[in-house]
Ligand binder design. Structure first.
Ligand code: ZN
Length: 103
């Protein structure tokens, strides 16, 4: 006989915006609409540098939460690519013993 562990039963309520069911827990967390509605409605303003050379200006790009997350992901990726890689110490060949010098 199988004993299935029942998931914690989620109490559902109706999303005030679209009428879909959403967990009551979500409202307790501070969200008042379902996942769908909050993703669509959340807008983020991100300063974006535009133009080239002397002619640059900062524009405020308004994006949805989804776009913003993608943008942030891209930003993070760029940053990690810029960070110097560990391959710089490649000319060092091990094995090494690390000796603590300050006593
Ligand atoms: Zn909704």
């Amino acid at each position: 006989m199988y004993q299935t562990k029942t998931m914690e039963k989620l109490e559902m309520m109706e999303c005030p915006k679209c009428g879909n069911s959403m967990p009551v827990k979500r409202r307790e967390l501070g969200y008042h609409v379902c996942v769908n509605c909050s993703t669509v409605s959340a807008k983020r303003g991100v300063p974006v540098m535009r133009g080239t050379g002397d002619h640059t200006w900062v524009d405020l790009e308004v994006m949805t939460q989804e776009q913003f997350e993608r943008y942030e992901e891209m930003e993070n990726k760029t940053k990690t690519e810029i960070t110097p890689s560990k391959t710089e110490g490649r000319n060092l060949q091990g094995p090494f013993t690390i000796v603590e010098t300050d006593k």
